[in-house]
Design a protein around this ligand. Structure first.
Ligand code: MG
Length: 248
């Protein structure tokens, strides 16, 4: 069942989303060659403490870190590490908080120093595919209008869409109904209604769409070792169109 949030609940979800955006902005500021993802992880934890919020991922299903740090060929759910980031890397950071009973969830992929043109294009197209998905999240539409919009954008630019991971409803739970695929025909699934809140999150690969899970049981990497990018926003569906709750 897809939960519909009241106006009061949306106020709290805006609060959660704003904090996620603020902390991601801090992490972005510190992401550069030489820093480790473990340092970014600890920074995120301190920023949560400062704001009196709980990091959403740490301990979720046993996930051991505050952020999901997924450089280069890592797609999602990467573990923070002591390995310094290098010039030319890309780094996906997925991060969420629990604030006054409600979750916010967002992801960004950042360049580490100077990156090559094709990597820049991957980041731009992945972010654009998220925007297209969000723009399709309008009431009276159907769920897979979002999926289709993401896929058309990413594949139209010659990239591929990861099938194994999906976006999701969000609210009092980090993962609520429905699951939101990033591919598929439009016009299917539940009708979209005001008060639904979704985490829309395309994961887009430079090469093949396939992924595999590393021995740690969490980290997803591309099967061909090519780059992958991930952008995500928590969005509320309103009578006036989609409202991005994790925008800064
Ligand atoms: Mg998510």
């Amino acid at each position: 069942m897809i939960s519909i949030k009241t106006q009061q609940e949306l106020v709290l979800m805006r609060g959660a989303g704003k904090i996620v955006a603020e902390i991601l902005a801090v992490l972005k500021e510190y992401t550069r060659p030489g820093i480790t993802t473990l340092e970014l992880d600890e920074l995120a934890e301190r920023e949560c403490k400062k704001r009196n919020v709980k990091a959403a991922f740490k301990g979720y299903g046993g996930f051991p870190y505050t952020i999901c740090a997924s450089p280069n060929e890592k797609v999602v759910h990467g573990f923070s590490s002591r390995e310094p980031l290098q010039e030319g890397d890309i780094l996906s950071i997925d991060f969420g908080v629990l604030y006054k009973g409600f979750y916010g969830d967002a992801a960004i992929t950042l360049p580490v120093g100077l990156i090559d043109d094709e990597a820049i294009r991957l980041l731009e197209v992945t972010e654009k595919s998220l925007q297209k998905g969000i723009s399709a999240a309008v009431i009276h539409g159907r769920l897979t209008d979002i999926s289709h919009a993401v896929q058309v954008c990413a594949e139209g630019e010659g990239f591929s869409v990861v099938r194994e991971f999906v976006g999701h409803g969000i609210g009092r739970q980090l993962h609520e109904d429905p699951q939101i695929s990033n591919f598929g025909a439009p016009g299917q699934g539940p009708k979209l209604k005001a008060g639904m809140t979704f985490a829309i999150e395309p994961m887009i690969n430079m090469g093949l769409p396939g992924v595999k899970i590393l021995d740690d049981g969490w980290t997803a990497v591309t099967v061909d070792g090519k780059l992958s990018a991930h952008f995500e926003h928590t969005v509320a569906l309103t009578d006036n169109g989609p409202e991005i709750l994790t925008a800064l």
